[in-house]
Design a protein around this ligand. Structure first.
Ligand code: PLP
Length: 415
């Protein structure tokens, strides 16, 4: 008889964005004429850039001939893409990596979930709170998180609150953890980490044998020259950090699917016998067993963003989204809301007024302005009292959503 993995039963029935979609759908059914604008889920809206489309057309021609056909590729990714990544994303920042340390994947979500397979099942994880839900949920599926309390906190997870009171800077944990997930620029708060703060984390990890899982899916949105793009800009990080990158938000690849994970050869974990073992060869072993590589087509498409045209084209799309972020920050602040993030990230994090819960604010704004945001509580206990807006809409829809929010807020104040 097969018994279910009961860890799944401890999870909320739905992933956060499925819950939101359900509520929006119910509202749409009740009010079919409502024109809803979503500033909720973080999917992009702008088309792939011409350099990427040209590469995809070229690869379709190539694959249509016998000599150009590509079947299974290397599990860790094609050398042409790994070399382009090394040359463009790391060497110019003085980061010392080699291509065996780069693993191409089908997007960062899979690997931020899968990476925990390298760590023992009793490892204690720490997360900044609020946080991208995948880190905690994927550990819960493996039974690593304990039991959930009424506030939605897992007993075996160390939560490091990040809120307006501490300027969104997580404190180092005061109890033992084995792994810490850091995400900068942060989803959902849109805040960033300084070099000095990140150095504190690397020093802490080295002193305490902690591994850092560093998610920099939004690094392309950093505008401040002082903010690190990669954890490997920080001295010592090669020994304790694994980094996740994604082309999804950098180049609109949410539907193409391609990203990469960096596992330096110096990152080790302890064995029960008292030794230590490098994680890089274990991940290669894992990938060769469970992953048949990202598609040749998506890897050629990703390569195109490193050409001079590709670089300029993706930069202009990022600037397009950041124009939305600027408008959201200035409009919402102008309305008197407390607003954070949005300067080096495509997310704006806003405190809900008058102690309104984040789900209540979500519903009030959906009904009152027909605009969707994401309730902060869906990202963890410390997200309560906040909502997230994304900058990934079109200029027109973002401006219209902000106009409606302004009108709705004025109406509330006048009534
Ligand atoms: N990491 C963070 C912090 C994200 O917000 C997302 C997507 O929203 C991902 C990873 C997943 O990206 P991908 O599309 O590469 O799977």
């Amino acid at each position: 008889m097969a018994f279910v993995n009961e860890n799944f039963l401890k999870l909320q029935a739905n992933y956060l964005f499925a819950d939101i979609a359900g509520k929006v759908k119910a509202y749409k059914e009740a009010c079919p004429d409502a024109e809803i604008i979503s500033l909720g889920i973080g999917d992009v809206t702008q088309p792939l850039c011409p350099a990427v489309c040209e590469a995809i057309r070229k690869v379709a021609d190539e694959m249509s001939s016998s000599p150009g056909f590509h079947g299974y590729g290397p599990e860790q990714g094609y050398a042409f893409l790994r070399e382009a990544i090394l040359k463009n994303d790391f060497l110019p920042r003085g980061i010392d990596l080699c291509i065996e340390e780069i693993f191409i994947n089908d997007g960062a979500k899979s690997d931020t979930g899968n990476i925990q397979e390298l760590i023992s099942s009793d490892a204690v994880i720490g997360v900044t709170d609020p946080v991208y839900p995948v880190y905690v949920d994927s550990n819960a599926m493996n039974g690593r998180t304990g039991e959930k309390d009424a506030r939605g906190r897992w007993s075996n997870v160390t939560y490091l609150p990040c809120n307006a009171e501490n300027d969104f800077i997580p404190k180092l944990p005061d109890r033992t953890i084995d792994v810490i997930y850091l995400c900068y620029p942060n989803n959902p708060t849109g805040t960033v980490i300084t070099r000095a703060e990140l150095q504190k984390w690397v020093d802490y990890a080295l002193e305490n044998d902690v591994i850092i899982f560093y998610d920099s899916a939004y690094e392309a949105y950093i505008r401040d020259a002082e903010i690190p793009h990669s954890i490997y800009e920080i001295s010592g990080a090669r020994k304790c950090a694994i980094e996740f990158r994604s082309f999804s938000k950098t180049a609109g690849f949410t539907g193409v699917r391609c990203g990469y994970t960096i596992i330096p050869k110096d990152v080790t974990a302890k064995t029960r016998q008292g030794g230590s073992i490098a994680l890089n060869p274990l991940w290669l072993r894992r990938q060769c067993t469970k992953f048949n590589g990202a598609s040749y087509i998506s890897q050629r498409a990703a390569e195109a963003i490193y050409t001079p045209e590709g670089k300029a084209q993706i930069r202009s799309v990022i600037d397009y989204y950041m124009h939305n972020a600027d408008l959201m920050v200035s409009t919402l602040r102008g309305l008197g809301f407390d607003v954070y993030g949005g300067e080096n990230a495509p997310y704006v994090w806003m405190r809900t007024p008058a102690d309104i819960s984040s789900w209540q604010f979500f519903e009030d704004m959906l009904l009152g302005a027909n605009v969707v945001c994401t309730p902060g509580a869906g990202f963890g206990p410390s997200g309560e009292g906040y909502v997230r807006f994304t900058a990934f809409g079109t200029h027109e829809k973002t401006a219209e959503a902000l106009r409606r929010i302004s009108e709705w807020t004025e109406d509330l104040r006048n009534n």
